[in-house]
Design a protein around this ligand. Structure first.
Ligand code: TYM
Length: 322
């Protein structure tokens, strides 16, 4: 049995990038009879950026509802909030003490912000160490993530191996699962879709609001009549990752022919999102309006997860003679 583990921050509501890049592939892996999955909401990581407790709490609920809406089986798998298992923080401290400063100074998550050091908090700096604890604290064998997490996974492997070398075999050294074919999903402005860039598409928004977001996708100013290059356009880029091959070919032909405006393409993308995610949108609404059930499912997972990390932590403490 292989243990699959992955997490999503609750620094915002889950977006199309999280869904296509993480939730769908992770749930597919969890359905394999040879796998058992640990999926969690990285709400402690989110504290490095979100300072409004109410907002963080709502984001966490929305992230949990998204996992369930996409059909995560919480009986077979373990589903939890990172913050409800404080053992992860103790483990992070032990790992902090063997993690070299230059390794963390080289992490993209820090480097991207290092030109404005006044805005960097210590949590952001040790972000990869907490992520390491998330993974090796639960004996994960495989970690499915998007390409942007590749460096964090390399650090996880380095930190776990260093500990094993220093104190003797303690941790499973996990392997990333990064599907190079799954593109980085672009946001409404064409950059990588990311909560921190404010360019996300939240597929769970009510129709009207969702349509407004889709209509805000940035396009160039080629007139309606003129032929357009689909490969240079953000609307087409998003349509391509969601539609069937036939539909994609049809839209490509319309771009190239001309007399097809970006407004029409956006409307087609909007309708596609509504139809493709109709069931999930309804299920999401159900979980958001049934917080007691959401809470129950999370608490059951938290009890299961805690047993695992406690066992790992007791191994670590023994090695450290604590
Ligand atoms: P986060 O919350 O930024 O993203 C969660 C997952 O979604 C993927 N992803 C994307 N995939 C394709 N296109 C995009 N535009 C896109 N945006 C995000 C990410 O690659 C990721 O797989 N540090 C992690 C959370 C975390 C974690 C962990 C993950 C904490 N501990 C342990 C795995 C294991 C993060 O910030 O992901």
């Amino acid at each position: 049995m292989a243990r699959i583990l992955t997490g999503i921050q609750s620094s915002g509501r889950p977006h199309l990038g999280n869904i296509l890049g993480a939730i769908l592939p992770a749930i597919a892996l969890s359905k394999d009879a040879d796998n058992e999955a640990f999926f969690f909401i990285a709400d402690l990581h989110s504290l490095t950026t979100i300072k409004d407790p109410k907002q963080l709490c709502e984001n966490t609920k929305a992230t949990a509802a998204a996992w369930l809406a996409f059909g995560l089986d919480t009986q077979k798998n373990t589903f939890y909030r990172q913050s409800k298992i404080p053992e992860v923080c103790e483990l992070t401290w032990y790992l902090n003490c063997i993690t070299p400063f230059p390794m963390l100074a080289n992490a993209h998550s820090f480097k991207d912000k290092s030109d404005k050091l006044a805005d960097v908090n210590a949590g952001l700096f040790i972000y990869p160490v907490l992520m390491t604890s998330d993974i090796i604290g639960y004996n994960a064998d495989f970690v499915p993530v998007g390409k942007d997490q590749k460096q964090h996974l390399e650090m996880t492997r380095d930190i776990a191996s260093s500990f094993n070398r220093m104190y003797g075999e303690t941790f499973v050294v996990p392997k990333p699962i990064i599907d190079e074919r799954v593109m980085t999903i672009p946001g409404t402005d064409g950059q990588k879709m990311s909560k921190s860039y404010g360019n996300t598409i939240d597929i769970f928004l009510p129709d009207k609001k969702l349509r407004k977001v889709i209509m805000s996708i940035v396009t160039d100013s080629t007139p309606i009549e003129a032929p357009k290059n689909p490969d240079n356009d953000n609307v087409f880029a998003l349509y391509k990752v969601l539609a069937s091959n036939t539909k994609v070919s049809e839209m490509r032909a319309r771009y190239v022919e001309g007399n097809y405006g970006y407004g029409e393409a956006k409307q087609a993308l909007f309708e596609l999102i509504l139809s493709r995610f109709q069931n999930e949108r309804e299920a999401f609404k159900y979980y958001i309006s049934n917080p007691v059930e959401l809470e129950k499912r999370l608490q059951e997972g938290e009890a299961k997860a805690r047993i695992v990390i406690r066992e790992v932590l007791s191994r670590v403490r023994k090695k450290l003679r604590y």
